[in-house]
Design a protein around this ligand. Structure first.
Ligand SMILES: Cc1cc2nc3c(=O)[nH]c(=O)nc-3n(C[C@H](O)[C@H](O)[C@H](O)COP(=O)(O)OP(=O)(O)OC[C@H]3O[C@@H](n4cnc5c(N)ncnc54)[C@H](O)[C@@H]3O)c2cc1C
Length: 445
């Protein structure tokens, strides 16, 4: 994380406690640890999932539902805030339905999204959206953790985790779990790193060092009272400027959520409020009131790739496996999709792992098979979606092209329909969810 983003995150850490107390009192679910660190250390886990964002919490739930001894660990306590536009696409919605969690998108928790308003170069165009939803990460992530616990996963909050190296003969990955006043070692037959963009649990493993794209942007976020702008309920407003873009959407129980991807140079020169104001002004959009007094949260540089998505007894998923810019609002969906895809593969591998002899070569070969399957699923279902988002994001960095596209869409709005269908409704998503689980399973037999 660069210095500025780090400062933004640090400020929010200090202030988050008060904010959390107020918002929890309103409606947020609290997710207490279900075990002490000593109890965690005494257990031989089938799977330990590091990071309880959408990718990790859903992976833990799906694995626990399969009867696996599953541990979910997060360095934060929940509920917690997260820089995010909070939009869930058509694919994300169907994905949640397919795993029986559609109640997370009921109107009491989520705003149905029906319209997308794009502003750039002083022009504004509005499109209908196939049904999606806007959620508050404060509530949504905590609810996913609760569902993981209901499914049978153990959860430990406020615990920073480091993945340790694996010795050749070991049938367990060990991790170092650190709370403020205590640290223990824990072991699992498989560790899943779902610890987000920073992938801090793997910081001692050079093979996983991120490649950050040149001119990568930084994420910024803040919430405002619902009446701070005239963005209508059910509409995502996206404003594009030369140095980034700003998304705004209203969410039940949370007010107006603002999330932006901003050029780090602009951020360094002006600070977050002014950077957001500059982008909105270029797009011709009135900023929300209270921009100067908002509590800003920041991320690291956004566009990054990891050279690999596995090592022996270790899989990486969600943002930790690579991320691009958030313009199309699909990051949570990609993370949840990877969780749903991983669960049957992992279960299958664990069954074989338990049945196998002590041979070290057999151990390696079996894991390589899992790693290949995982990499294939990632390359087939996540990477192409990220590539398309990357192409769109690089187009948005060309002001003349954006002006031309806005002018074209003003006279022929239908030209954009296939694109919205592709990114937002994610056309082939349903088949992806229902088929790939079974395809992946049958390939293993
Ligand atoms: C500006 C912006 C707007 C966005 N808008 C959208 C949008 O509208 N829709 C959408 O779908 N996506 C959006 N995204 C992307 C989305 O936020 C991410 O893709 C999503 O959160 C990824 O989920 P995850 O579970 O992989 O990681 P995260 O949600 O980042 O969760 C990782 C978890 O790991 C924990 N952790 C980290 N390190 C450790 C450690 N060492 N030990 C233990 N725990 C650890 C963290 O506390 C965190 O809870 C946006 C992103 C940005 C920056």
């Amino acid at each position: 994380m660069n210095q500025l983003a780090f400062e933004a995150a640090a400020v929010s850490d200090r202030e988050r406690t008060d904010e959390r107390a107020v918002r929890t009192a309103v409606a947020g679910p609290v997710c207490n640890s279900t075990l002490s660190l000593d109890q965690v250390a005494c257990t031989a886990w089938d799977v330990a999932v590091i990071g309880a964002g959408p990718a990790g919490a859903l992976a833990a739930r799906q694995l626990a539902l399969r009867g696996l001894r599953t541990l979910l660990i997060d360095r934060s306590t929940f509920p917690r805030e997260k820089v995010c536009g909070g939009c869930i696409s058509g694919l994300g919605r169907r994905l949640l339905e397919s795993v029986g969690l559609d109640q997370l998108l009921e109107p009491s928790c989520a705003a149905p999204l029906e319209r997308f308003e794009l502003a750039a170069g002083g022009r504004r165009i509005s499109f209908e959206l196939p049904t999606g939803a806007a959620i508050s990460r404060f509530h949504f992530d905590a609810q996913l953790v609760q569902h993981a616990v209901i499914a049978g996963a153990a959860f430990v909050a406020g615990t920073t985790t480091l993945v340790r190296a694996l010795t050749d003969r070991s049938r367990f990955r060990t991790m170092l779990l650190q709370q403020e006043d205590q640290s223990v070692r824990a072991r699992a037959r498989l560790v899943m790193a779902a610890d987000g963009l920073g992938r801090t649990s793997l910081k001692r493993h050079r093979a996983f060092a991120s490649r950050i794209a040149p001119a990568s942007r930084i994420g910024l976020g803040a919430t405002f009272p619902a009446d701070a702008t005239n963005v209508e309920f059910g509409c995502v407003s996206m404003s594009v400027g030369r140095s980034g873009y700003v998304g705004m959407v209203s969410v039940p129980g949370s007010g107006l959520n603002l999330a932006a991807a901003v050029d780090p140079n602009l951020l360094r020169q002006t600070g977050p409020a002014e950077a957001v104001r500059t982008i909105l002004a270029e797009a011709g959009v009135t900023p929300p009131s209270g921009l100067e007094t908002a509590e800003w949260r920041g991320t690291g540089l956004l566009t990054r790739q990891t050279p690999r998505t596995s090592a022996r007894r270790l899989l990486v998923l969600g943002d930790a496996a690579g991320y691009v810019e958030p313009f199309t609002g699909e990051g949570m969906t990609w993370g949840m999709l990877s969780a749903v895809l991983a669960a049957p593969l992992v279960e299958d591998w664990l069954i074989r792992d338990a049945a196998r002899s002590e041979s070290c070569i057999a151990d390696r070969n079996e894991f390589e098979r899992l790693a290949r399957e995982w990499s294939l699923l990632h390359r087939t279902h996540i990477a192409p979606r990220q590539r398309d988002c990357r192409i769109l994001s690089s187009f948005l960095r060309r002001p003349l092209a954006v002006r031309g596209a806005m002018a074209l869409m003003a006279v022929a709005p239908n030209v954009v329909k296939p694109l919205i269908g592709h990114f937002w409704n994610s056309g082939k998503g349903v088949e992806v969810i229902t088929e790939t689980g079974s395809v992946a399973q049958s390939r293993l037999r």
